[in-house]
Ligand binder design. Structure first.
Ligand SMILES: [Zn+2]
Length: 439
């Protein structure tokens, strides 16, 4: 019986727990225990590997398991929120999916140890938050012994292949596909077994079908999640050596991956090319788990163009000067610089202030273009402007125009709001959503 009040990382449901028993699917009692089990399993995993003693909002995170009709779920710094909606096979509850549960909890976990990412006006940071949700779903699933054994036998030990593990939220994906066939992948919501490579997000369309990459956060998240999933498979191969991988090795690798991610994210400067910074820090962090990991991580990140060949060699130099690096990283401040953007084209008089991805860089790690050349990172101001343009284009901002133009995006769920005072404006995040309303 999962104890939702267990600390650290306690949860509180809005309704009392039904008696522990065996219940049929699609009953509210079944949903309660499915959600409680998945939340406890995921939170216990992250509490140890990060490590964490509390949520961003305090000791206890409220969970609202069924907030009405919508094919969605979101984290808003107040609670985890879940909904229900129609599907060809009957009603689908997002709070009944361990994948969706551990994705939303992933937003809350990341917010608890890197709160600067919450308000960052950056396409890569917003996409990374979604990727972390999916990585959280995968690593939390791997805490189940039965699932580890099943995945190893169905993939023949080749973890990076498509499987139950890589296919996130199959039922919710089917429900959305019935309403909008190209909004999700053919067999699930998002598949971690994919071959997307890095592009500068501002060069991509603001939204698009699931078969293509766009700068929409859930779409762009797949670049990082794909690299992560390939790396997880490579780490398992290294651990197993010449013998077939076992479920115990897979558990060890998932725990190592959790801590590599946490160390890397904490150390990475919040800058416009955030993917490259996290990737570089993951390469550096992986060495303490296994001497053979860094070259395997570099190979995947270079193939995905998240790191350039130049950056991968720079990393070897950085790794050989740990003391100098520690000194340089100590200069990274906690908060993000504020930057003022022109806002007239959004219908706002005065300036719009945002948190720009413009922290100090301890060293240069860059992504690669299609001709293998390192990409010069956009300035924090340019990256912030692209991010805000994207939000207004997609109708995700709650605001009152003061000059002209009103785009009627109707009832789209808003992820951000404009707070106005003294003739100027500030952009604030309201929530991270599952993005399903985007379609
Ligand atoms: Zn999400």
């Amino acid at each position: 019986m999962p104890d939702i009040a267990h600390t650290p990382l306690a949860f509180r449901f809005s309704k009392p727990a039904p008696p522990a028993a065996t219940y049929a699917q699609n009953t509210k009692e079944f949903r309660y225990w499915t959600a409680a089990e998945a939340l406890r399993r995921g939170a216990d995993f992250w509490a140890v590997v990060v490590p964490l003693t509390a949520w961003e909002l305090g000791k206890t995170l409220p969970v609202l398991l069924d907030e009405g009709q919508d094919l969605n779920a979101y984290y808003d710094r107040k609670a985890l929120n879940f909904f229900h909606g129609p599907s060809p096979s009957g009603t689908v509850y997002s709070g009944e999916s361990p994948d969706v549960i551990c994705h939303e909890m992933g937003h809350a976990i990341l917010d608890s140890f890197k709160p600067q990412l919450w308000g960052a006006a950056s396409q890569e940071v917003a996409a990374f938050h979604e990727s972390f949700g999916d990585m959280s779903a995968i690593l939390s699933a791997l805490q189940l012994q039965s699932l580890r054994s099943d995945i190893l036998s169905t993939t023949g030990g080749k973890l990076a292949q498509a499987s139950r593990l890589s296919r996130l939220a199959e039922q919710l994906g089917a429900a959305i596909r019935a309403q909008m066939p190209d909004a999700v992948e053919v067999d699930c919501l998002r598949n971690a077994a994919n071959s997307f490579t890095y592009r500068v997000p501002s060069s991509l369309p603001s939204s698009g079908p699931a078969s293509q990459l766009s700068s929409e956060p859930h779409s762009f998240s797949r670049v990082f999640t794909g690299a992560f999933f390939e790396i997880l498979g490579a780490m398992l191969q290294i651990k197993a050596g010449a013998s077939p991988p076992t479920e115990a090795m897979l558990l060890a690798v998932s725990n190592e991956m959790g801590s590599i991610l946490a160390i890397a994210i904490k150390a990475a400067s919040v800058v416009s090319d955030w993917y490259a910074q996290v990737a570089a820090q993951m390469v550096l962090a992986s060495k303490s788990a296994d001497e053979d990991y860094p070259s395997a991580l570099k190979a995947v990140f270079v193939r995905r163009q998240i790191l350039s060949l130049h950056s991968s060699t720079t990393l070897s130099l950085v790794a050989s000067a740990p003391a100098a690096m520690a000194e340089s990283m100590a200069a990274v401040p906690g908060t993000l610089p504020q930057i003022a953007l022109k806002a007239e084209h959004y219908g706002l008089e005065g300036l719009l202030f945002v948190d720009a991805p413009g922290q100090h860089r301890a060293f240069i790690a860059a992504a690669a273009s299609n001709n293998a050349q390192p990409i010069a990172a956009p300035t924090g101001a340019d990256a912030a402007q692209h991010f805000v343009d994207d939000l207004f284009t997609r109708g995700r901002v709650e605001y009152r125009p003061t000059v002209h133009t009103v785009l009627d995006h109707q009832k789209r769920l808003k992820t951000h709001r404009v707070v106005s005072s003294g003739g100027n404006h500030r952009l604030e995040r309201i929530l991270f959503d599952c993005g399903l309303c985007d379609h």
